[in-house]
Design a protein around this ligand. Structure first.
Ligand SMILES: Nc1ncnc2c1ncn2[C@@H]1O[C@H](COP(=O)(O)OP(=O)(O)OP(=O)(O)O)[C@@H](O)[C@H]1O
Length: 620
């Protein structure tokens, strides 16, 4: 039955993180020893703000509506109370079999991610906790069998739950806890009908958690549908939304974006893992192929890749197989675009005005983030609004240990910027955000590579600066010593020239072909038609990019005499963008290796045509 409650019946509690509360530790929380063991294994030494506020209240059985920034640890804030409650009930009756917790998320990726967190936190619980992710790709009969075993926890998109409830494979009769993670996205991803159906199916009295990075009218709707007098946690940490992250903006022309990216990664000016955000899918592959020319490995993430591959890419990045991930916020691709003034969005619980709702670029594009394919058809047709599209692909995904976010193409809104930079500096760690900003006068000068939204960069940057300023954070200008960097231009141009439109299309198609080859669904078809598989494999081997082995190393004469520091203008050197002794040493060693090669083999100065060219063409 529907449990529409009027939130005004009983006043909600509003907590902020600014208060100087007694420090809560995990030891001080009444958690099962098996969960404590898992916390140690996971290196969770102290709770994050949202955890220290939400867990004690949740353990008391309160409904929670928590807004906390991306990366603030919201997952454990509900997973621990959910596990605790299951273990507590089972301590009285180990044979208890009931599905008592339902966790709803908007996408398959998030389902997988949440299940991984549950598995690691219940790793010392033996068979006491069993969870099933309904979005995994298994046959209906396998899924039915898993559900017949009555798992304790279901993680799913709303659509999958509804279809399993409708065909009686899943019963929600014994549900005790309901979590809606990324609550602000769930409705906008086209699950409205499913959510309404669930509101009727969920029993009265279930403890509800609504976790969200922003409080929107969608969250308010969910609160009305599922919550009883929730405790509302609006958490703003001192280091919230961009705190702990050093933010820099580099004004540069379109082609300089490529030049600087080459220099930054080839000379390892940035240490650690990096997410590069670009404006669309083609840019993803252009940059990937460009970096490949210099022997710099990266992987791509975009909405064109099937969900399975996206999950795989993030896992590989998290495992350290790749240090660079190039993510296309392809929701930002503009078919027709215009700047519109949107009506101010009212916050869910007050008359506060969300100042993100200022000027936004209205988008009309065919690229959509794909929610669960089984979302109600009518809703599936519903396009995501510009605001929701803005940070669809990476939102909520836990990219681990990201040292730097590079906005190769600036996003179109300050809110999207906040979400992008939230991929670094997670769980109290520090991070760096570097954004390329194309000045108005530079826009359009470099046609083949110009990105259409770049003409708004300066306007967007002022909004970003304003928003970050309100939060007490500074976006500082960063200057490279362009005279030094220029010496790398010839190589940059050479590499960029090799990355033709055809090469990009080929790389894009190749990625999809690989997915076809890997597809479970097509396996039988390929078994029956081996020639087709052979053709696909063969096509995959064609390489449309000219190989230029000489680009893979950096000749000595290109390095400034002062080392890498010489690439940064003096006012920016003190910010020390990732420069450390270790990488300086790496460069020194690389130079020594190069020198060694020159002596040993034929790759000496004279044998390198680029060096000869430069030696004549430039003053050294
Ligand atoms: N108490 C803690 N100690 C150490 N690491 C933590 C702690 N809490 C969370 N983390 C780590 O911080 C990262 C971010 O956590 P999580 O994904 O739960 O954030 P989130 O708030 O859900 O972010 P998003 O809104 O992007 O989904 C994860 O890698 C997680 O393992």
């Amino acid at each position: 039955m529907k449990r529409k409650l009027d939130a005004n019946d009983v006043p909600s509690t509003d907590a902020t993180g600014g208060e100087n509360e007694a420090q809560i530790t995990f030891e001080s929380l009444p958690l099962d020893p098996r969960l404590r063991q898992a916390l140690v294994k996971e290196n969770f030494s102290k709770p994050t703000l949202v955890q220290s506020k939400a867990i004690p209240l949740a353990l008391e059985g309160k409904d929670i509506l928590a807004r906390a920034k991306t990366g603030s640890g919201k997952t454990a804030a509900y997973v621990l109370p959910v596990l605790q409650s299951i273990l507590q009930r089972k301590s009285n009756d180990l044979s208890l079999k009931e599905t008592s917790a339902l966790i709803l998320v908007p996408t398959r990726e998030l389902s997988e991610q949440v299940q991984r967190v549950i598995v690691s936190f219940s790793s010392f619980c033996g068979k006491a906790v069993r969870s099933v992710n309904l979005t995994q790709k298994v046959s209906d009969s396998v899924q039915r069998a898993m559900l017949a075993d009555v798992p304790d926890i279901i993680i799913s998109t709303p659509a999958r739950v509804v279809s399993n409830v409708n065909n009686s494979a899943l019963s929600l009769d014994h549900l005790r806890q309901l979590v809606i993670d990324e609550a602000d996205l769930v409705l906008s991803y086209g699950y409205e009908d499913d959510i309404n159906a669930l509101a009727k199916a969920v029993p009265r009295g279930v403890q509800t958690f609504l976790m969200s990075a922003t409080l929107t009218s969608e969250v308010d709707t969910l609160k009305g549908l599922f919550c009883r007098n929730p405790v509302i946690l609006k958490l703003t940490e001192a280091e919230d939304e961009g705190g702990g992250i050093s933010q820099f903006a580099v004004r540069c022309a379109e082609d300089e974006k490529f030049l600087l990216t080459y220099v930054i990664f080839k000379l390892q000016l940035v240490k650690g893992k990096c997410i590069i955000f670009v404006g669309d899918i083609d840019r993803c592959y252009r940059l990937k192929l460009f970096l490949e020319q210099f022997g710099i490995k990266s992987c791509v993430l975009n909405s064109e890749l099937p969900a399975n591959s996206r999950i795989h890419v993030v896992q590989e990045f998290n495992k350290g197989v790749y240090d660079i991930i190039i993510a296309a916020d392809d929701q930002e691709v503009l078919g027709t675009k215009k700047i519109k003034k949107t009506a101010a969005v009212k916050n869910a619980d007050s008359n506060e005005v969300d100042d993100d709702a200022e000027a936004e670029i209205e988008e009309s594009s065919d690229d959509e983030v794909q929610p669960d394919e089984s979302a109600s058809t009518s809703n599936k047709k519903q396009k995501l609004s510009g605001k929701q599209k803005d940070y669809g692909i990476s939102r909520g995904i836990d990219f681990q240990n990201v040292a730097c976010v590079l906005n190769f193409d600036l996003p179109t809104t300050s809110k999207s910027y906040t979400h992008r930079i939230g991929r670094t500096g997670r769980a109290g760690k520090t991070g760096m955000a570097l954004s390329f900003v194309v000045p108005k006068e530079e826009y359009g000068k470099h046609k083949p590579t110009s990105y259409p939204t770049a003409k708004h960069d300066e306007a967007v940057l002022s909004k970003i600066i304003k928003r970050q300023g309100k939060l007490g954070h500074e976006v500082r200008p960063y200057h490279f010593e362009m005279k030094q960097v220029e010496s790398f231009r010839y190589r940059m141009t050479d590499a960029l020239r090799a990355v033709t439109r055809l090469a990009i299309q080929e790389a894009r198609a190749r990625e999809i072909r690989q997915e076809l080859i890997k597809s479970e669904k097509l396996r039988r078809h390929f078994e029956e038609n081996p020639d087709e598989l052979r053709h696909l494999r063969h096509d995959g081997e064609i390489r449309a990019v000219r190989i230029q082995p000489h680009l893979k190393h950096v000749p000595d004469y290109l390095m400034p005499s002062k080392g890498k520091q010489g690439l940064m203008a003096e006012d920016s050197q003190r910010h020390g963008v990732g420069i450390g002794k270790t990488s300086e040493n790496r460069i020194r060693k690389a130079r020594e290796r190069n020198r060694g090669k020159g002596r040993r083999g034929a790759v000496g100065k004279k044998a390198d045509p680029l060096k000869n060219f430069n030696a004549k063409g430039r003053k050294k």
